[in-house]
Design a protein around this ligand. Structure first.
Ligand SMILES: C[S@@+](CC[C@H](N)C(=O)[O-])C[C@H]1O[C@@H](n2cnc3c(N)ncnc32)[C@H](O)[C@@H]1O
Length: 251
C-alpha cells in the first residue's frame, strides 16, 4: 500500500463516514424486516451464513433466535464477543450440515465471491433450501453479478477528516481484452496541496461471473420462488440497475 492509501485507510477508519458501514447494517435489518413481514409467516429463527464479524446478527438478535456461521475462525471469535446472545459456529457453506432448519436464512456479500463458490452455487442454494423451514425465506446478495461490470458500476465517497478532504472513486468495467477491471482513485486535498493515487487492477476468474438471471434460474431449479430486488432499495432489480441484485427466495 502507498502512503496515500495507508493514510486514507486511517482517516476513513477514524472518520464519521465510517458510520456508513453501520448504516449499511441498519439498511439490511430494515430490508430483512420488510421482507419477513411480506413473505414469512413464522418469524422465529434466523441463520446468517458468512456472518463475518457478526454485526448483522447482533442487530437482529432481539427479534430472532440467531445463529451465525463463517469459515473464518478469527471472525467467529470476534463475532462471539460482539453478539453474546447468538450461537456462532465455524462452518463451510460448501459443506453445511447444521441438523436444524430456520425461518430465515441470510447470506450477504459472499455467495459469488470466489471461483469455487460460483462453481458450486447450485449445491450451496440446495443446502440453503434444506436448512429452511417450509414457508421460510432465503435472502442473499450477489455483488459480483456480471451485469454490474457490463454497466460499469461506479461509486464515489467523499469526507473530511482533521482538516483534510478525501475522495475515493471506484469503477468496475470489462477491459478491451475481456478482463474484469477495477479502477480506483484516492484524492487528498490539504489546503493547496492535492495528491492522488490511481490504480487499475484486473480480476482473474477461472469460473465465469454469473448473471443475475442465471442465479435466479439456478435458485428456481432448486425449488425456490425467486424475487430480485435492486440492492436494499425495495425496488425490483432490472439488468440496468446500478445497485447489485438482492435475491429473495421463498420455500
Ligand atoms: C465479504 S465478507 C461478508 C461478511 C458479511 N456477510 C458482510 O456482509 O459484512 C465474506 C465472508 O464470507 C466468509 N466465507 C468465505 N467463504 C466461505 C465459506 N466457504 N463458508 C463460510 N464462510 C465463508 C468469509 O470468511 C467472510 O467473512
Amino acid at each position: 500500500m502507498t502512503d496515500l492509501n495507508r493514510e486514507f485507510a486511517r482517516a476513513y477508519k477514524a472518520s464519521k463516514q465510517r458510520q456508513d458501514e453501520f448504516a449499511e447494517i441498519s439498511k439490511r435489518v430494515k430490508f430483512i424486516t420488510r421482507i419477513a413481514n411480506k413473505y414469512v409467516a413464522r418469524r422465529v429463527s434466523l441463520l446468517d451464513v458468512c456472518c463475518g464479524n457478526g454485526m448483522l446478527v447482533k442487530s437482529l438478535e432481539r427479534g430472532y433466535a440467531c445463529v451465525g456461521i463463517d469459515i473464518d475462525a478469527a471472525a467467529i471469535r470476534n463475532a462471539s464477543k460482539t453478539a453474546k446472545g447468538v450461537e456462532f459456529y465455524v462452518a463451510d457453506m460448501l459443506d453445511m450440515h447444521l441438523d436444524r432448519t430456520f425461518d430465515i436464512l441470510t447470506c450477504f456479500d459472499a455467495i459469488d465471491h470466489g471461483d469455487e463458490l460460483r462453481r458450486n452455487i447450485g449445491k450451496i442454494l440446495k443446502d440453503f433450501y434444506f436448512h429452511l423451514n417450509k414457508g421460510g425465506t432465503l435472502i442473499f446478495s450477489a455483488p459480483m453479478s456480471l451485469e454490474l461490470w457490463e454497466n460499469e458500476q461506479s461509486s464515489a465517497t467523499t469526507f473530511a477528516h482533521k482538516g483534510k478532504r478525501w475522495a475515493y472513486l471506484y469503477r468496475r468495467h470489462i477491459g478491451t481484452d475481456g478482463s474484469f477491471r477495477y479502477d480506483k482513485i484516492i484524492v487528498s486535498i490539504d489546503g493547496d496541496r492535492i495528491r492522488h493515487d490511481f490504480r487499475s487492477f484486473s480480476y482473474k476468474v477461472a469460473e465465469p461471473l454469473l448473471k443475475a438471471s442465471r442465479i435466479s434460474s439456478i435458485a428456481e431449479k432448486v425449488g425456490f420462488k425467486v424475487h430480485v430486488y435492486a440492492g436494499l432499495s425495495g425496488r425490483r432489480w432490472t439488468a440496468s440497475s446500478t445497485e447489485g441484485p438482492v435475491f429473495v427466495c421463498t420455500k
